[in-house]
Design a protein around this ligand. Structure first.
Ligand SMILES: Cc1cc2nc3c(=O)[nH]c(=O)nc-3n(C[C@H](O)[C@H](O)[C@H](O)COP(=O)(O)OP(=O)(O)OC[C@H]3O[C@@H](n4cnc5c(N)ncnc54)[C@H](O)[C@@H]3O)c2cc1C
Length: 455
């Protein structure tokens, strides 16, 4: 049995904690099952997907240049080179991480799958490790629903899609969340004939309905999008893969065939791999690890951060939670995470970004006023001929605080930051109006939207 003052399981946001603990002079162990270390964002999530989507954005920009009177077309797309650039960056990231880890004093890295075997005790690669303080940062993995026939076909996930060497001629994506609409955009730009099949009545369920509606319309111009289409059965054949769907309204069945299919229906907890019951840690009804506001589980000195607790499954939140949990556990602080202004972005085409509550959610506890402005109504949006994108604000009528802000259109992920900062530092209309906005710039969209709010 080896004893550690701190054990961290998972080297995504967990690496921030192990760095902090080792830097504070504590005897620390970091465990990751590999084979790639550094977590989802670096290897299968944010970074590789955005390296692929950036060139896809450039392709669509060229294809849409005609509206400015520019005759341009894409001559050829080297799919292999685009994929290889992403994989090279990942290989370099691995080298860098492994090298860096060796030079951290007080840190031992174990590469292997960890499991709890007793109270505060883990087993990894046949060795037993006991930790005074343990951080579970084991993330999540693709959720694959039990669709009849699925196990018999070679389906892609957000992980295996990154290994593709050749562009699929046609692809069915099952799911309509952010991973589905980002990869739908990517593959369509590369030249694949894409079909998105979503069981729910609309795409991107965590967005405002009108944002989902515009996204569906715009994606529908470049690919087939079917909502209310639940995948019932999957069959492999000589023409590729056929997906049979059931219409949620009429109950009618329909078949779609493509060379490949990709499952993108959501994420599931990795807690099952850990056998947390052996140390008494409780899970919620979705299988994620239950934590309190300080990110501590029901077992003292065991914390769970990032996707592992299933609260806000984004890298920026995982990293924030890791910093807070480390501070609480290592420096004896008692900080709580503030989830009131957590932004997120969807890098589809058009892009989406949002922070705070949706209108329906906000109405439950607040008397709200809502504002909406089209990109075209600010000078820069007009210059860009952006006729469809828009921003929407939800304000508390009494306090004039921003409860939620939602944008669909170019540069939405960058634009939302001003709102996040305003919400974090007071959250009022006043704060936003105080700042002078460059004219003309898309940032004018923010104060104009806020000032448009009315009953
Ligand atoms: C396709 C895709 C795109 C995304 N894009 C974005 C984006 O643009 N922006 C954004 O903010 N978020 C994005 N996300 C979400 C983001 O990647 C995650 O929220 C984030 O990586 C979670 O970090 P984490 O540290 O909690 O977990 P992870 O980064 O998943 O790290 C968990 C680590 O634990 C290890 N592990 C698991 N179980 C064990 C075990 N039993 N023993 C040992 N090791 C174990 C795993 O190997 C892994 O390295 C995306 C996700 C996906 C899938």
């Amino acid at each position: 049995m080896k004893d550690y003052e701190v054990i961290v399981i998972g080297s995504g946001c967990g690496a921030l904690i192990s760095d902090e603990a080792a830097g504070a002079g504590l005897k620390t162990a970091l465990i990751d099952k590999g084979p790639l270390i550094g977590g989802t964002c670096l290897n299968w999530g944010c970074i590789p997907s955005k390296q692929l989507i950036y060139p896809a954005d450039r392709i669509v920009e060229i294809e849409e240049a005609g509206r400015f009177g520019i005759a341009a077309s894409v001559e050829a797309v080297d799919f292999g080179a685009i994929m290889e650039r992403m994989r090279l960056s990942r290989r370099e990231g691995q080298q860098h991480l492994r090298q860096g880890m060796k030079s951290v004093k007080n840190l031992t890295f174990y590469e292997g799958e960890a499991r709890f075997v007793a109270d505060h005790t883990l087993e990894v690669g046949g060795e037993k490790l006991k930790g005074e303080k343990i951080f579970i940062a084991t993330g999540s993995r693709p959720f694959v629903p039990p669709v009849k026939g699925l196990e018999g076909v070679d389906y892609l996930t957000n992980e295996s899609a990154l290994e593709l060497k050749e562009l699929p001629e046609s692809l069915i994506i099952i799911g309509g969340g952010y991973i589905a609409v980002e990869y739908g955009h990517f593959f369509a730009a590369m030249g694949t004939e894409v079909t998105i099949l979503e069981m729910a009545g609309r795409l991107v369920l965590s967005e405002e309905p009108e944002i989902a509606e515009l996204l569906e319309k715009k994606l529908g111009e470049r690919m087939t999008v079917r909502t209310g289409a639940g995948a019932e059965e999957v069959k492999g054949g000589k023409d590729g893969v056929t997906v049979v769907t059931v219409d949620s309204q009429s109950g009618k069945r329909k078949s779609y065939t493509a060379q490949r299919i990709m499952m993108a229906v959501g994420r599931r907890s990795n807690a099952d791999l850990l056998d947390v019951a052996k140390t008494g840690v409780k899970l919620d009804e979705r299988g994620f690890i239950k934590v309190n506001a300080r990110l501590e589980t029901n077992v003292p000195d065991i914390f769970a951060v990032g996707d592992a607790n299933g609260r806000q499954m984004f890298t920026h939140m995982a990293n924030r939670e890791a910093a807070i949990a480390a501070h609480n556990a290592i420096n004896g602080a008692s900080l709580e995470v503030d989830y009131s202004a957590v932004p997120h972005a969807v890098y589809s085409h058009p892009q989406i970004a949002a922070v705070g509550m949706r209108e329906e959610e906000a109405k439950k506890d607040h008397h709200v006023i809502v504002g909406r402005t089209n990109y075209y109504d600010v000078a820069k949006g007009e210059a860009m001929l952006e006729t469809e994108g828009f921003a929407k604000v939800i304000l508390d009528k009494k306090t004039q605080k921003i409860l939620g802000f939602h944008i669909i259109g170019p540069y939405a992920p960058g634009l939302i930051q001003e709102v996040v900062n305003a919400m974090t530092s007071g959250g009022g209309v006043e704060e936003l109006n105080q700042g002078i906005h460059i004219h003309p710039a898309l940032t004018e969209l923010i104060p104009v939207t806020v000032n448009s709010a009315g009953e």
